[in-house]
Design a protein around this ligand. Structure first.
Ligand code: FEO
Length: 404
């Protein structure tokens, strides 16, 4: 895609990565991603906001050449992670007079991770403003969204926010302004779940700070630009809210059918009681979808068979992931089976210190489930339904993002 002017004197100069399928060798990218960078041409000075992942740096340089950029005064580094900062050395090699502007923590990271000489990096304070002539940029420090050094850049005259990863989406698209709101909502929620959810309290604080700013447009560094900021801001308010929804997430695996029978019984029983369930067979589950389901769920139930007295490793992996993502989940339980003895339940409970959940009595059965096991599952479903009383349902109109 060619460089594009998105508002007068503001240009998108990023790269679309249609074919990338994993991020950090961990996060699935079913729809690719993009690395958005922006040029702002003021009447006196020019700034580049963020760069691109190093394998795409030729594209960034080509954009700059095509726009006839022969001088960059400031390279603004909102975030030191490689997919945004990784091409700074290449840009500095071409525009040696440029100054890199970033937070003090970011400066240390750029030196450590990219070996950028310290002399070329100038740190900026929270709320500091720099002038490009007829345009002024304000820097808003936003630590732990999602790294400790992150900041946001606000272009005052145009009321545009450049928040780097914040409000982003892993989505490769030829449309800089995506009109398909459902696709945008899905991609942005997946991104929030995978990247931002562990930092929900920090996001809440930063969303409060952003209320002071009149933000018309949001230009993140992944995925589409939010031409109307309300859409993504409203979606984030929904995702970071403290109150979960009437949802049970049930990741499970079954080796010989016993745990599967238990899962089937519990899911049907919960559904009869008006509880929404999201069930994931961990043999081939999309981990991103599992993460998304945890954004709103009030309860997580792990379905686990026993392997050599411990939990099946695939369930242990999902449990580790849930603990890392720190969802707002309030309740947890475990169902599963064993052949002769099991410490699966105890091991899994030890794996979730980050989850501030109330444990509901697990149901573990020896061999194939019997009548008494199904009765215990029925009791579990009743307890969950009781605990969920008063929670909003996921399909409630109040959770549909507003049409703009
Ligand atoms: Fe898109 Fe935290 O990097």
């Amino acid at each position: 895609m060619k460089a594009r002017e998105i508002r007068p004197a503001i240009f998108w100069v990023g790269a679309v990565d249609w074919d990338r399928r994993t991020f950090d060798e961990l996060i699935p990218l079913p729809d690719g991603t993009s690395y958005n960078a922006y040029i702002i041409k003021g009447s006196e000075k020019t700034a580049l906001i963020d760069t691109v992942d190093p394998p795409k740096e030729d594209i960034l340089i080509e954009h700059l050449d095509n726009l006839g950029i022969n001088d960059i005064d400031y390279i603004i580094c909102n975030h030191a992670e490689q997919d945004h900062a990784g091409a700074i050395p290449r840009v500095l090699a071409k525009f040696s007079r440029s100054k890199v502007l970033c937070t003090p923590k970011c400066k240390a990271m750029l030196i450590d991770h990219l070996h950028i000489p310290p002399d070329g990096i100038t740190t900026v304070e929270d709320r500091q403003v720099i002038s490009l002539g007829d345009k002024n940029l304000e820097f808003i420090h936003a630590p732990w969204v999602h790294w400790p050094e992150t900041m946001l850049t606000y272009l005052r005259e145009d009321k545009v926010l450049f928040p780097c990863d914040f409000f982003g989406a892993h989505l490769a698209t030829s449309e800089l302004f995506l009109t398909d709101e459902c696709q945008l909502y899905e991609s942005a929620k997946r991104y929030y779940a995978e990247i931002m959810m562990p930092f929900r309290p920090n996001i809440q604080k930063n969303m409060e700070r952003l209320k002071e700013y009149d933000i018309k447009m949001i230009c993140p560094s992944h995925g589409p630009i939010h031409e109307h900021s309300e859409f993504i801001i409203n979606a984030y308010r929904e995702w970071i809210a403290d109150e979960p929804l009437n949802i049970v997430v049930l990741p499970y695996i079954s080796m010989h059918g016993s745990t599967r029978q238990m899962v089937k019984y519990l899911v049907e029983s919960l559904a009869e009681k008006g509880v929404s369930v999201k069930q994931f067979d961990l043999n081939d589950a999309d981990i991103g979808k599992l993460a998304m389901s945890l954004v709103d769920a009030a309860t997580i139930v792990l379905g686990v068979p026993t392997v050599a007295v411990g939990p099946h490793p695939k369930v242990a992996y999902a449990t580790f992931l849930a603990n890392m993502l720190r969802p707002k989940t309030r309740f947890a339980s475990i169902i599963g089976s064993y052949g002769w003895g099991s410490k699966a339940k105890e091991n899994l409970i030890e794996m979730v210190p980050n989850l501030k959940v109330e444990l509901i009595e697990p149901v573990m059965c020896k061999g194939m489930p019997r009548q008494a096991d199904f009765e215990a599952l029925e009791k579990l479903a009743l307890t969950i339904a009781e605990k969920h009383k008063g929670l909003k349902n996921p399909a409630g109109l109040e959770h549909v993002p507003p049409k703009l």
